[in-house]
Design a protein around this ligand. Structure first.
Ligand SMILES: Cc1ncc(COP(=O)(O)O)c(C=O)c1O
Length: 377
């Protein structure tokens, strides 16, 4: 007899359970070090009030995709404001960063495109590639020499797209963007930088790593997501008018999806205004992260090359990681337990996200608890 579809699904889930990789939803308890609210803006009164007023005034929904009934002058004005803020010719709002990456990567990856991306690329970049017909080259993490090897092999007249992140979400390290910009120029490639974890935190006024390195004129396209440091939701892509026009015509996630609510767009802009003005948030999150990292690396933990508010603690096996996670939980701290396939096999880790909403005393207690744990092994 044929197994029914439920039996197949049950066995797939059982396999995950056996590998210790079954995911389930849980509510953070204790002091939460798992969220991405890096600047502590998700609960900011001024942003929430502005958003609430905008929802009341403009309605809860956008009524359609931007190309079919969902456009609204709020979108257009905010995109102009965003482009001006980032110093680009144009900008395009997407519903979230995941959908932006699906749209961008699949739009530019036609049959003769070579896509070059880091081995640790976010799932949204790879999923965008899965919707495309291009050829994928995954170079070693943060390794321009390996990228150049791959670039040399692609036909000289082909369309080449280099897609990288400014800060890697599971490692907290920073990409060598200047070297990538040099290579993009040398090989005539388009360079796209996803600033999901750098915008708001790094750079002058929180404008991201591209601005911090003075590379604004050497990057062709970049992405800001608002669900992380800006504490709201949505995303915006920045680039020349030509590239933005192209995306409006080719990014399927933009064309075939109802636009985000105008109220959410108003919240995005307010969050940028607040984040720019309240620079103490950026300063405190980077300072607290550096202190925390120093304490725990001195105690013997491996934090990889983290230089940011994302501090990985690599424990290796899923079992060891779960044990440390449980110990922290017993002591009042909630840390994200990151396992394969999100990270490579053998590098399971806890990911500690330091945010401006944390108190210094919470971070000190977390470091002390981790030190206690390593000494108890
Ligand atoms: C590098 C990167 N890009 C894009 C996204 C997706 O952004 P959003 O959460 O707005 O969909 C994430 C989210 O985890 C990310 O880490």
């Amino acid at each position: 007899m044929q197994p029914n579809f439920e039996a197949i699904i049950v066995s797939k889930l059982a396999e995950k359970q056996k590998q210790g990789l079954l995911r389930s939803l849980s509510l953070p308890s204790g002091v939460d070090f798992s969220n991405n609210d890096y600047l502590g803006l998700a609960g900011h009164f001024e942003i929430a009030k502005t958003a609430a007023d905008a929802y009341v005034k403009l309605g809860a929904g956008s009524k359609g995709s931007r190309l079919l009934g969902g456009n609204n002058k709020i979108f257009e004005e905010t995109e102009k404001w965003f482009a001006n803020w980032k110093g680009t010719e144009a900008a395009l709002i997407f519903n979230c960063g995941y959908s932006a990456n699906l749209g961008i990567i699949s739009a530019f990856c036609g049959i003769k495109t070579h896509l070059f991306c880091d081995r640790l690329s976010h799932a949204s970049i790879l999923d965008g590639y899965a919707m495309s017909n291009g050829k994928l080259h995954r170079f070693k993490h943060n390794n321009p020499a390996d990228l150049e090897n791959a670039l040399q092999k692609a036909e000289a007249d082909s369309f080449k797209l280099i897609a990288v992140e400014a800060v890697y979400s599971m490692d907290g390290d920073v990409a060598p963007l200047k070297e990538y910009a040099d290579l993009a120029e040398k090989y005539g490639a388009m360079l796209y930088v996803d600033e999901a974890h750098s915008d708001g935190v790094l750079g002058p006024g929180g404008k991201g790593l591209v601005a911090q390195l003075g590379l604004e004129n050497r990057i062709h396209l970049s992405l800001t997501t608002f669900g992380k440091a800006y504490g709201t939701m949505g995303a915006c892509v920045f680039g020349s008018k030509l590239l933005i026009d192209y995306l409006q015509n080719h990014a399927r996630s933009f064309i075939y999806s109802t636009a985000i609510s105008p109220g959410a767009v108003v919240a995005m802009q307010k969050a940028v205004e607040v984040a720019t003005r309240e620079s103490f948030r950026r300063e405190s999150v980077l300072k607290m992260s550096a202190n925390f990292r120093q304490k725990i690396t001195e105690a013997g933990y491996d934090c990889l090359q983290s230089e940011t508010q994302i501090v990985p603690i690599v424990l290796g096996t899923v079992e060891k990681t779960k044990k440390c996670h449980a110990f922290l939980l017993e002591n009042g701290f909630y840390a994200a337990c990151i396992r394969p396939p999100t990270v490579p096999n053998g590098t399971a880790r806890l990911r500690i996200n330091i945010t401006a909403a944390h108190k210094e005393t919470d971070i000190e207690s977390l470091a002390e608890t981790l030190i206690l744990y390593i000494h108890s092994l």
